[in-house]
Write a protein that binds this ligand. Structure first.
Ligand code: 2NL
Length: 344
């Protein structure tokens, strides 16, 4: 019986030695140490032994049990450590890899330009006003001295919704509405930025939807020299202190007299280059003294009140300022284009 137990011990230790997984280790434990295991089976024959041998064999069986148990425990520790080692190797994190950057958004270039112009005029006491993009014929045309039959009202130039409703072709109706609401009772200093629409075929220089920002100043004794001083300040603040302005006579139905303002070319300092088409000057905006008919329609007494107004295209200004050669870049939302201006 002693030899039998020793053989079991040797066999068990040999098996434990060769084992490579925790599952196998459990099987070995059951096979040798379990309730129906080899050692237990052998010990069942103890009854046949002489009484004095029983404690000796019992002691031996316990020692063997302990030896096998500690061999299994040692193996278990070794296997767990190896498994952990393997897992750590697989799950290793390279802390030196660069992180995945989060794409940050930013204001559209046109939004930035409009905000810059807004801030400038807010500093001069102007209010920013917005209005509907779907306008009535009255506010878009009639109130601005564009009576029915005027060439600028041509069906081809506007998106009509009904006979009386259309997508506004300029932001002037916001000003006509504001003056109308005051009914000639108060001075007005306002600018209105926003989207406008014209029926045009889109190409590098035309877009059926673009932006406009207009300004209006109505009060007692507003003169052409006030307009000129305001525009000069605007040009210097937006395009640089070295800029000069010049006013050329022009025509708009809603102003009389009307002018167009040029700024001296910043690229060639007036010497003549491709940007200014060798003239030394670049056209920036249109302006003029508000037509008395427009003031009168809004309820102002034209013997007391006069005013000036101006209008410009942020699209054109942005194109000039940043050398953008296609207006469609503003509206096709290619992030590679727009993100270049997120610091502006
Ligand atoms: C341009 C020219 C202009 C105005 C807009 C205006 C508005 C009212 C009364 C009188 Cl309510 N005038 N606006 C005046 C002159 C020129 O815009 O070239 N814009 C891009």
């Amino acid at each position: 019986m002693k030899a039998e137990l020793q053989a079991i011990e040797a066999e068990a230790l040999e098996k434990v030695e060769q084992i490579e997984s925790l599952k196998e280790l459990q099987d070995v434990q059951v096979t040798y140490l379990g309730k129906k295991g080899s050692i237990t089976t052998v010990l069942r024959g103890m009854g046949k032994l002489p009484a004095e041998e029983r404690p000796v064999i019992g002691q031996l069986a316990n020692d063997i049990r302990a030896t096998i148990t500690s061999a299994i425990e040692a193996k278990e520790t070794a296997l767990s450590e190896a498994a952990l080692e393997e897992q750590l190797k697989e799950e290793v994190i390279d802390v030196t890899l660069p992180g995945r950057s989060v794409q940050k958004g930013g204001p559209h270039l046109l939004t930035s330009i409009i905000q810059e112009i807004e801030d400038l005029f807010i500093g001069l006491g102007y209010e920013v006003r917005e209005g509907p993009e779907v306008e009535t014929d009255y506010y878009n045309f009639e109130a601005l001295n564009l009576p029915k039959g005027h060439p600028a009202r041509d069906m081809q130039d506007s998106f009509y919704i009904t006979d009386d409703l259309l997508l506004r072709t300029h932001t002037s109706p916001v000003q006509a509405r504001t003056m109308g609401a005051l009914n000639g009772a108060q001075p007005v200093r306002m600018i209105c930025p926003g989207k406008v629409y014209r029926r045009d075929s889109d190409d590098a220089t035309h877009s059926h939807q673009f932006t406009q920002i207009e300004g209006l100043y109505v009060d007692k004794n507003v003169r052409m020299s006030d307009l000129k001083g305001t525009l000069d300040l605007f040009a210097k603040k937006l395009f640089g202190e070295d800029r000069e302005i010049r006013l050329r006579p022009s025509y708009f139905p809603f102003t009389e007299p009307s002018v167009e303002m040029d700024i001296s070319c910043a690229v060639c300092e007036g010497k003549g280059c491709n940007v200014c088409k060798r003239t030394g000057w670049i056209e920036i905006l249109g302006a003029g003294m508000v037509h008395p008919k427009v003031l009168a329609m809004a309820g102002y007494d034209t013997d007391i009140y006069t005013g000036f107004a101006f209008g410009m295209g942020p699209d054109r200004i942005a194109m000039l300022k940043y050398g953008i050669d296609d207006i469609r870049q503003f509206y096709t939302n290619d992030h590679r284009f727009s993100k270049q201006f997120h610091h502006v």
